[in-house]
Design a protein around this ligand. Structure first.
Ligand code: IPE
Ligand code: IPE
Ligand code: MG
Length: 233
């Protein structure tokens, strides 16, 4: 396959997903919002598998934001329970996709058991080549402030871009090439504020539980039509 500029088409290095629309998906079916999240996990697993098949090196998913704590307790509890179930499942099945797990966000708010599970998964998959970043209790502004405080605590007095990037939760990943948001809203909602500087943005009305491999292929086709200039000509 050829790129629009005639060059060989290489797999995209890093795709990030704002997995939005679970609540509306459930509402459309007369179901409680929590059901949407349950089907959202299934959609995520299908997409992750497809990303692996396409040879995508880094996948990032926005699963829970620093602002999502504002939701009704019942919904927050349901999302936490889904995460716990997913963590347990991954521990049993670690080699399934051979991704290295990285959790983006402040883990200190979670109870010891959840935090230890996350850290254990990060440790035991650390030698896997492909990266799966799961943004959970993640906010772009929170990440930037956290990075500043880390650097201050380390006694750094002056930073350049590379040093700053190394203090972010995403230190192990290159910047995203493509950010896909489902659910029809045209905004970033505090996701990867620093890292998105030159990402290509793709928005679709599809609600996340309905977003499948064909939709991802379509987004990727669109990506290959873009001319990335990075400020040049
Ligand atoms: C995204 O779906 C998942 C999370 C934010 C946890 P939403 O729950 O925001 O679904 P909508 O946008 O209300 O439909
Ligand atoms: C963004 O979706 C966060 C996640 C997908 C985890 P939201 O539903 O929280 O975003 P807003 O509130 O529509 O901006
Ligand atoms: Mg939403």
């Amino acid at each position: 396959m050829k790129e629009s500029n005639g060059g060989e088409r290489r797999p995209i290095g890093h795709i990030a997903f704002i997995m939005d629309g679970n609540g509306r998906w459930a509402k459309q079916r007369g179901l409680p919002r929590e059901h949407g999240h349950r089907f959202g996990v299934k959609a995520f697993e299908r997409i992750l598998e497809h990303c692996r098949d396409l040879g995508i090196g880094t996948v990032t998913v926005y699963a829970f934001s620093t602002e999502n704590w504002k939701r009704p307790q019942k919904e927050v509890d349901a999302i936490m329970k889904l995460m716990d179930r997913y963590l347990a499942e991954c521990e049993k099945n670690m080699d399934r996709y051979r991704f290295r797990f990285v959790f983006l966000g402040d883990k200190s708010v979670f109870d010891t058991e959840r935090r230890q599970r996350m850290e254990r998964l990060e440790r035991t998959t650390a030698d896997h080549e492909r990266i799966l970043n799961i943004a959970f209790n993640y906010g772009g502004r929170d990440e930037i402030v956290h990075a500043c405080n880390r650097l201050i605590a380390a006694g750094v007095e002056c930073v350049d871009e590379a040093t700053f990037a190394s203090a972010l939760y995403t230190a192990s990943s290159a910047d995203p090439d493509l950010i896909i948001r489902t659910g029809g809203d045209l905004r970033i909602s505090n996701f990867l504020l620093w890292q998105a500087a030159y990402a290509e943005l793709y928005f679709t009305d599809k609600l996340w539980p309905d977003f499948g491999p064909d939709d991802l292929d379509e987004a990727i086709e669109d990506f290959y039509t873009r001319k990335r200039r990075y400020g040049g000509v």
